[in-house]
Ligand binder design. Structure first.
Ligand SMILES: C[S@@+](CC[C@H](N)C(=O)[O-])C[C@H]1O[C@@H](n2cnc3c(N)ncnc32)[C@H](O)[C@@H]1O
Length: 351
């Protein structure tokens, strides 16, 4: 119809020349998902009507492989950043840059706290929110009757976070030593300890650092709650448990939790990489045996963290965090029923 030629197709040439698309895609650095990521970028280029040439695809493929490996090796919190913008010389093409943005665990937590709970540094320092849960773990509280009285009993909390366990235990009068990697949590814990005059000592450090040695043969209980989920290989789990075992007195207790895979499940490389990215590092039952083997620790019991805490925490403290149910049951990662991994409490006695 004359005078009514405003359908977009008529102006394809104009849109190709003057229309622009620029943006950024951020994906976790999971090396085994390389093909999937490349497909995503190709689909995006198709959607923007600037399909990639075979040469672009080959170069991208190499760059993605390289950057994913570099990012993942440096930290499981790294992100693959894919930036795209118009190619200044060839309008029908996109210019694409790929780089791994490395982020430490501390940076990961600071960003998560800032994005979810606070807007500026001051607010961040004064956050009262307990990110991982406001109530002490039910499994921890249930062990207290087995320990000595609070005034004569020392407890070590490794990876204390925002003090879900360390603060209530110190308020009960136990001498608590908290070891924590992230500066932001150490500042919060210290501030709270000073304000309330609590018997809580805060040490900032990495339990995997060979120079960090908790006092030997001293504590009645060592707690490693949701710490091993941040680890990257079984040797790290063994090192942390070995230090915890050395720190408690003979007959003392070491309580930790870790994701374990089902005995009948064969984890893939992608499973293991994705689990690290999602704070769900796991061991197979056989790997757990090797980790404990030769340490002065005897496993006394094992419980599903999800069921144990759900059945015993006060109703107002359940779930401990919005993500806890999906995460602890393995459903955050796997759409398989039953999920192949789940978070388990393991209680050990020092022999
Ligand atoms: C998921 S949070 C759990 C915090 C606390 N244990 C709880 O259950 O609420 C794990 C904590 O361990 C700390 N962490 C991770 N790796 C660590 C390491 N190698 N040494 C000391 N702390 C570590 C993290 O910074 C984080 O605060």
């Amino acid at each position: 119809m004359m005078g009514d030629r405003h359908d977009a197709e008529t102006f394809n040439n104009l849109l190709a020349a003057f229309g622009m698309a620029r943006g950024k895609l951020q994906l976790p650095c999971v090396p085994d998902l390389e093909d999937y990521y490349l497909q995503k970028i190709m689909a995006l280029a198709d959607l923007l009507e600037k399909p990639l040439t075979p040469q672009q695809i080959e170069e991208l493929d190499q760059k993605i492989t390289h950057e994913l490996a570099r990012g993942f090796a440096a930290s499981q919190h790294s992100q693959l950043v894919i930036s795209f913008k118009p190619n200044t010389t060839l309008v029908e093409r996109l210019e694409i840059e790929v780089t791994a943005q490395i982020a430490s665990l501390e940076e990961f937590y600071e960003a998560a706290l800032r994005d979810n709970f606070a807007t500026d540094r001051d607010q961040l320092d004064n956050l009262e929110t307990s990110v991982f849960g406001k109530h002490a773990n039910a499994r921890v509280l249930d062990l207290l009757p087995q320990l000595g009285g609070p005034q004569t009993t020392a407890i070590l909390d490794i990876g204390a976070g925002s003090g879900r366990n360390a603060l209530p235990l110190a308020r009960m009068g136990y001498a608590v030593e908290a070891i924590e990697l992230a500066d932001i949590f150490c500042r919060q814990l210290q501030q709270q300890a000073t304000q309330e005059n609590l018997p809580l000592t805060v040490t900032q450090g990495n339990i995997l650092d060979p120079l960090l040695r908790p006092q030997l043969n001293y504590y009645a209980l060592a707690i490693l709650s949701e710490l091993l989920v941040h680890f990257r290989d079984p040797d790290q789990a063994r090192l942390a448990l070995s230090k915890a075992g050395d720190a408690v007195i003979k007959g003392g207790l070491v309580l930790f939790n870790i994701f374990l895979s089902r005995a009948d499940y064969q984890p893939t490389i992608a499973d293991r990489q994705v689990a690290q990215v999602a704070q769900s590092f796991f061991l197979t039952p056989g790997e757990l045996d090797s980790v404990i083997n030769g340490l002065p620790l005897e496993i006394i019991d094992q419980h599903s963290v999800f069921s144990y805490e759900r059945d015993r925490l006060p109703a107002q403290a359940w779930p401990p965090s919005p993500w806890f149910i999906n995460w602890s049951t393995g459903r955050l990662l796997f759409e398989i029923e039953p999920p192949p991994i789940s978070l388990q409490w393991l209680l050990c006695r020092r022999c």
